[in-house]
Design a protein. Structure first.
Ligand code: PMT
Length: 400
């Protein structure tokens, strides 16, 4: 998504400046070209050498290089950039931006920028909630500047509160969102993701190996295109912060079913990627079940089938996409599931394919649609597979 994009990253004097190195590394890894502006104060927190090495470009600090008189043209930088990202952004810089003060290269470049601008504030909690800072942020927002809200947690001062710069991964995710085409704007999409856990006693449960990676990648691909996405997520260790994504956390198949039915009632598309347990223990023991000699049998009772329940109440004008994880007779089983659950299409992935399915970062899928069409893909990263799925859903939603 960021391949070939020009990102101008400005770093101000905050302890969070050390995280800017990671932002540059991630942007470069995604294929972006990065130029870095540092304020004089920022150089006290992280060295220009680190930033120059990671960005593969000389660092820009002053209006000109005092050694040789080379001019750092803020006008050219403002035109060059596809995105101007200021991370970390201090209260001082935010206020100057709000009032159009232009006393350093960062600020003159801001006033010259023709591209989207995003700021990731970082400061102590009292500075962040001060009416002056709040007013600057409001002013910037009203002019279309994207504000990547800081997180809450322990601050450099030792105090706890809101003011920690958002994590680099989330800032890069935000950059992708800003730069992507909003082809799914106005659509609401629900995605089920991850496993479910069916408890038998307070310490044990039945589950599976789903990590949630595939479902979360699909959610991100749709959200980047402007859709408002709700992930109904089983227990996973993925954290996501995205302006268009809301996460509803559930644990059991029954909880996932209730949440999915509610969400579907106001969704344009339902993408059911979760690995939902088909059965749960018939009886839940309040006490830990004690080990006894000899075999132990557990009676299981079938869970509600979320996809099938949505299939029963499917509204015209909505699109439903299920998943099938198979080990044998793949196409036959997937088609049978699509029909039984009244889905518009089903994504087939097989555990026979190396690098596909649970937990890994790659997948190999085929999309089978109810009109008999089959689209086969090759082994790709889950992020790329998610883009293919988002393309498919988008093409279907536009003709409904
Ligand atoms: O999470 P990852 O580690 O990234 O792995 C991704 C994945 C392998 C989990 C994903 O790609 C996938 O295949 N998900 C579906 C797995 C599955 O449970 O398939 P199934 O064939 O058992 O179910 C068929 C469809 O019915 C699925 O859309 C499933 O969500 C749905 N279902 C199943 C049972 C049930 N009680 N309710 C359901 O809605």
């Amino acid at each position: 998504m960021l391949r070939g994009k020009h990102i101008l990253l400005a770093v101000t004097g905050s302890i969070a400046a050390y995280k800017s190195a990671q932002i540059v590394r991630l942007l470069v890894k995604e294929g972006a070209e990065v130029k870095v502006i540092m304020t004089a104060m920022a150089k006290n927190f992280i060295t220009p050498l680190t930033m120059a090495t990671l960005s593969k470009n000389p660092i820009l600090v002053d209006f000109y290089n005092p050694e040789n008189g080379d001019w750092n043209s803020h006008v050219k930088l403002g035109i060059w950039a596809d995105l101007y990202l200021i991370a970390p952004a201090t209260a001082n810089t935010l206020s100057k931006m709000a009032f159009g003060i232009a006393d350093n290269l960062l600020l003159t470049s801001y006033l010259s920028a023709r591209c989207p601008v995003a700021v990731a504030p970082a400061m102590d909690l009292d500075m962040y909630r001060h009416p002056a800072t709040a007013a600057s942020l409001e002013m910037l927002k009203s002019r279309g500047v994207f504000v990547i809200e800081p997180a809450s947690g322990e601050l450099a001062s030792g105090l706890e509160g809101k003011g920690r710069m958002e994590e680099p991964e989330n800032i890069v995710r935000y950059a992708e969102y800003i730069l992507s085409k909003k082809t799914l704007e106005g659509k609401r999409i629900m995605v089920t993701a991850g496993p479910t856990r069916e408890p038998m006693d307070p310490v044990r449960y039945i589950s599976n190996h789903s990590s949630g990676k595939m479902g979360y990648a699909i959610a991100k691909a749709c959200a980047d295109r402007g859709a408002r996405v709700c992930i109904i997520s089983g227990p996973v260790s993925i954290g996501i912060s995205h302006p268009n994504i809301r996460v509803v956390r559930v644990s059991t198949a029954s909880e996932m079913c209730d949440a999915a039915l509610e969400e579907y009632s106001f969704s344009d598309a339902a993408i059911m990627c979760a690995a939902v347990a088909d059965y749960s223990p018939a009886v839940y023991s309040d006490m830990k079940i004690k080990r006894t000699p000899g075999p132990y049998s557990l009676e299981l009772t079938p869970n509600r089938d979320i996809a099938a329940e949505i299939g029963k109440i499917k509204r015209k004008g909505t699109f439903t996409l299920g998943f099938a994880l198979e080990t044998d007779n793949e196409i036959e089983n997937a088609v049978s599931k699509m029909k039984k659950k009244n889905l518009d299409a089903i994504v087939l992935n097989s555990l026979k394919d190396e690098g596909a399915g649970f937990s890994v970062d790659t997948n190999k899928i085929s999309i089978l649609s109810s009109d008999g069409k089959v689209m086969e893909g090759c082994l790709k990263s889950k992020a790329e597979v998610a883009e293919d799925i988002a393309d498919y859903v988008e093409s279907k939603l536009t003709c409904l």
